[in-house]
Each structure stands twice: as structure tokens, then as C-alpha cells.
Write a new protein. Structure first.
Ligand SMILES: NC(=O)c1ccc[n+]([C@@H]2O[C@H](COP(=O)([O-])OP(=O)(O)OC[C@H]3O[C@@H](n4cnc5c(N)ncnc54)[C@H](O)[C@@H]3O)[C@@H](O)[C@H]2O)c1
Ligand SMILES: N[C@@H](CC=O)C(=O)O
Length: 483
């Protein structure tokens, strides 16, 4: 175990106390296969206690002077910035991504706290024209206890972008992070403790996902579930929440198209594709997963793309020269290999990569080569299944209508991208794509200021932006008659 992890709390955090348990779960470093920590696993009573605690803390947190809440949130942002190097190392050890990506993610969390602290000052109500002697007003109020469930691919960012707006709006929180990457979450909760956040305002439980999820959805004391993860689990939570009628935000899977039109700036398109596809080794809900290239520019595009992909350095994320780390688990390698074999069996060409790396520095980790598949078509699993790995499937098209129809031919609707120059084509693309987010000649679509979220089976609700905090309030109508 390395020092940054040795020093970490590994217990539950309930009502401002670290609570130990008998039951523990190993956390594995995906670059080395080593066990780097053992984490407390909550029992049913402890999950209930966390919910109860958050419920009891709600009235005090909600009633706090706004400027006091804002001060807490800025303090947390300061602490995230001051500890960014240490938190980045913890993240890379448990998740594998290159250290520079981990650090950016921690810093983006600090931004989330600052952005939402300031947005909480702008949760303006509304006055509606009313009959004489009446006042019609809308007041935005916090919802209550928010239960958050987060995935492993962004072990810090997916947590901060939920907790920051929830707390900013005056709610309290119970978090269940991914069992694969709980250490970044625990490191953040240590900072909450240092910021002297009032007891019970933020609580963390780890343990059986199914049981904790059920406890959250069954509880009448939980008022909202905010979930980021796969589409099947999001749907299960939605169904489970029917009896207690939870407000929900579901940030689910994606299968982003990336269209390169005949008049695209090819160099910019390749640069954008490399950046978006290989960030976190393709384990990103907004990673481009189907690359539609106009037949007239296909050769030029491939001539630029292939050497760029072959130059990427795969390695332990702690090494500065690594561009790409490992995948999260053994089964993630199996899934990618199955997609590659299925595609090549059905006629795709393996242009580069395609194999697991097993020798020397790679021998105990979950490493796979960055891969390009050409001549991909709809008969192949990779056309419809979310990839979550470093594979670029190339599909050619002749008309923009054909590309857009293929791009929309998916149950997902999270992110989409296109490179083109003609303004009427750009307009056609951005209006026709059935996605929550469209990047045109740009892949940076995840910012504190801009709304993030999907349509169709990618879920609903928006994170970040001025809309993000609205997911954590309820609109109360007050009709006052002046007698
Ligand atoms: N739309 C977005 O913003 C976004 C962002 C990141 C990841 N994702 C999606 O997340 C997925 C990858 O993450 P993952 O593998 O951790 O997803 P996952 O759905 O397996 O797990 C997500 C979280 O849900 C928990 N969970 C699992 N089963 C549960 C159950 N029955 N009840 C309650 N909770 C349960 C997990 O422990 C984890 O904390 C991909 O599909 C990816 O696209 C979406
Ligand atoms: N954290 C990612 C989204 C999910 O995988 C981002 O904000 O880009």
C-alpha cells in the first residue's frame, strides 16, 4: 500500500463520525492487480442510520443563512484545490487513469463547488401577475434528503457534480460511491470533515449496491435519487422508486456518434477524436463510439488518424509518459475483446491494436491496445452496444442524411459530435441529432457553465450550468391575499 492510501479513512461516515464495520471489501489497482485497501461495508441498520441522520440534519442546513452555506462550499473548493495532487494520486491508484487527467477531474470538482455556491445566490423566485389584493409567487425550496449513487469511471467528478448543487440548494446527502473506486469519495469526505460541515449534512455508505439502492428507493425519508451509471441499473432504480415517488435524475449510458463531413477540417477532427476517445481510455459516457466518415475523405482521414493512435503510450497512470491507463477490471477487457472479435468475424478490418497487453509492466494489469476497426456496419454488436474502451469503429457514408440516420439509430441520446464547415450543414446536423449534447468542431462539452445530460435511454435531468441546481429544488407556489 502506498502512503496516500495508508493515511486514508476506510470507514463509513455517518453523522460526522467515522463508523467501522466487520465486513470489508478489497479495492484493486487496475494497473497492477494489487489490493490497495479494504473498505468498510455497511449493514442495513447503518444505511438506515445514514438516511435518518441526513433527515435530521436537513432542517438546520436548510435554515442556515445563505452566505454561511456559500462559505462552506467555497471552503470545500479551496480544500479540493489544495489537496488536488494527493487526491489525483489516490484516484489513479484505484481507477487507473493518467495522473494529469485525475488532477483535472479533482479541480473540476472544486469548480463545481464554486459554481454552485454562486448559483445558490441566484435561485430567484418569480412573481406572477395576480388579481388585485393578491400576490402570486414561486419560491424555490430544497427537496430534503438526496441519495446519490455514482460510478467508477469518474470517481471524484461524478460525486462533486452531485453533492455541490445538492448542498448549495440546502439539501443533505447520503452517497453510495462505486465499490471499485470508493477511495476518492472517502478522500472528499475527509475534506468535508476538515471544512467542518455540520454533522449529518453529508454521509457516505459503502456496501452491497443492490441492498443500499433498495434502502434508498424504499425510504420515505429520501426525497430524491441522483444516479450516474449504466442504463439497466438506472431503469431498475426508476422502477423501484415508483412506490415512494422519488424525484430523480438519471445520467445513464451513451453511444456517441462522431460525424466527419466531406468539408471538415480533417486535422481538427482527428485531434478532437483522439482527445475525446482516449480520455480515460474510452471509459467515458460521452466518448465517441461510432465514427461516421464521408467516403470522399476517408483515406486522408485514416492517413492522419492511424499514426496518432499508434503513437499513444499505454501504461500505469502514475507514469508521466502514459497517455492511456488500464481498463477498470478483467471483465472490461473481455467485453472489448468480444466486440472486436464479433466485428472482425462479420467483416470489419482490424487496422491497428486489438490485443491485450500481458508482458512486463503490463503483466498483472488490465491493459489493452488502442484499436481501430474499419468497415464497421450495423450487423456488428459494436454498432449498437456501448463500448467503454479504446476502440475506434469506422463507418463510411455518402450523404449527410445517411450519416444522421445512422447516428440516431441507437437507444442512447447523450453526447454527439460532428466536424463540418458549411453553415447550413452544421445547422442541419445540430437540429437533427437526437442527443442532449452536440459538439460541432469541438469535443469539450462538459463544463461547469453548460448543461450536461441526455435524452432517450441515456436518462433525464441536467447537471452543471444554471439548470443543474434546479434539479435539487422544488417550486412552491404561494398565493397571498391582502385583506
Ligand atoms: N450520463 C452520464 O453522465 C454518465 C457518466 C458516467 C458514467 N455513465 C455510465 O455509467 C456506466 C459505467 O459505470 P458503472 O459500471 O459503475 O455503472 P453501474 O450502473 O454498474 O454502477 C453505477 C453505480 O450503481 C451501483 N449499482 C449497481 N447495481 C445497483 C443496484 N442494483 N442498485 C443500486 N445501485 C447499484 C454501482 O455500485 C455504482 O455505484 C456506463 O454505462 C456509463 O455510460 C454515465
Ligand atoms: N465525466 C464525464 C462524463 C461521464 O462519463 C464528463 O463530464 O465528461
Amino acid at each position: 500500500m502506498t502512503n496516500v492510501i495508508n493515511e486514508l479513512h476506510t470507514d463509513l461516515y455517518i453523522n460526522g463520525e467515522w463508523v467501522t464495520t466487520q465486513d470489508k471489501k478489497d479495492v484493486i489497482n487496475p494497473a497492477t492487480g494489487e489490493t490497495i485497501a479494504q473498505i468498510a461495508q455497511a449493514n442495513e441498520a447503518q444505511v438506515e442510520e445514514a438516511i435518518q441522520t441526513a433527515h435530521e440534519a436537513f432542517s438546520g442546513w436548510k435554515a442556515l443563512e445563505l452566505k454561511e452555506r456559500v462559505t462552506y462550499l467555497h471552503k470545500i473548493a479551496d480544500l479540493l484545490e489544495e489537496n488536488a495532487g494527493r487526491l489525483a494520486e489516490i484516484m489513479t491508484l484505484e481507477q487507473g487513469k493518467p495522473l494529469k487527467e485525475s488532477k483535472l477531474e479533482v479541480l473540476s470538482g472544486a469548480e463545481s463547488f464554486r459554481w454552485n455556491a454562486e448559483e445558490s445566490r441566484r435561485l430567484y423566485g418569480e412573481l406572477i401577475p395576480a388579481p388585485n389584493n393578491h400576490k402570486y409567487e414561486i419560491i424555490y425550496e430544497p427537496i430534503g434528503v438526496v441519495a446519490a449513487i455514482t460510478p467508477w469511471n469518474f470517481p471524484s467528478g461524478m460525486i462533486t457534480r452531485k453533492i455541490a448543487p445538492a448542498l448549495a440548494a440546502g439539501n443533505t446527502i447520503v452517497l453510495k460511491p462505486s465499490g471499485d473506486t470508493p477511495l476518492s469519495a472517502l478522500a472528499i469526505f475527509e475534506l468535508f470533515e476538515q471544512a467542518e460541515l455540520p454533522k449529518g449534512v453529508a454521509n457516505i455508505v459503502m456496501g452491497s449496491s443492490k441492498e443500499i439502492g433498495q434502502a434508498f428507493t424504499d425510504s420515505n425519508k429520501v426525497n430524491k435519487i441522483t444516479f450516474t451509471g449504466s442504463t439497466p441499473i438506472g431503469k431498475a432504480l426508476y422502477e423501484q422508486s415508483g412506490q415512494t415517488l422519488k424525484k430523480m435524475s438519471l445520467e445513464l449510458g451513451g453511444h456517441a456518434p462522431f460525424i466527419v463531413h466531406e468539408d471538415a477540417d480533417i486535422e481538427a477532427a482527428v485531434k478532437g477524436l483522439i482527445a475525446a476517445k482516449f480520455r480515460n481510455n474510452g471509459q467515458v459516457c460521452i466518448a465517441p463510439n461510432r465514427i461516421f466518415v464521408h467516403s470522399s475523405i476517408k483515406d486522408k482521414f485514416m492517413d492522419k488518424l492511424v499514426p496518432e493512435v499508434e503513437a499513444l503510450k499505454v501504461g500505469n497512470g502514475l507514469n508521466e509518459e502514459s497517455d492511456i491507463g488500464p481498463l477498470i477490471r478483467e471483465d472490461a477487457i473481455d467485453k472489448i475483446k468480444q466486440q472486436i472479435v464479433n466485428a472482425t468475424d462479420k467483416g470489419a478490418t482490424l487496422v491497428t491494436g486489438g490485443h491485450r497487453l500481458t508482458e512486463g509492466e503490463y503483466s498483472n494489469g488490465f491493459f489493452i491496445q488502442p484499436t481501430i476497426l474499419d468497415h464497421v456496419n450495423k450487423t456488428m454488436d459494436i454498432f449498437y452496444e456501448e463500448t467503454f474502451g479504446p476502440v475506434i469503429p469506422i463507418i463510411t457514408f455518402d450523404t449527410i442524411e445517411e450519416a444522421l440516420a445512422m447516428a440516431n439509430d441507437t437507444e442512447y441520446g447523450l453526447a454527439s459530435y460532428a466536424y463540418a464547415s458549411d453553415s447550413s450543414i452544421i445547422q442541419q446536423i445540430s437540429r437533427t441529432l437526437e442527443y442532449g449534447m452536440v459538439g460541432i468542431n469541438e469535443v469539450a462539452i462538459s463544463n461547469p457553465e453548460t448543461p450536461f445530460g441526455g435524452v432517450k435511454h441515456s436518462g433525464f435531468g441536467r447537471e452543471n450550468s444554471h439548470l443543474g441546481i434546479k434539479e435539487y429544488v422544488t417550486a412552491k407556489f404561494v398565493n397571498t391575499q391582502f385583506l
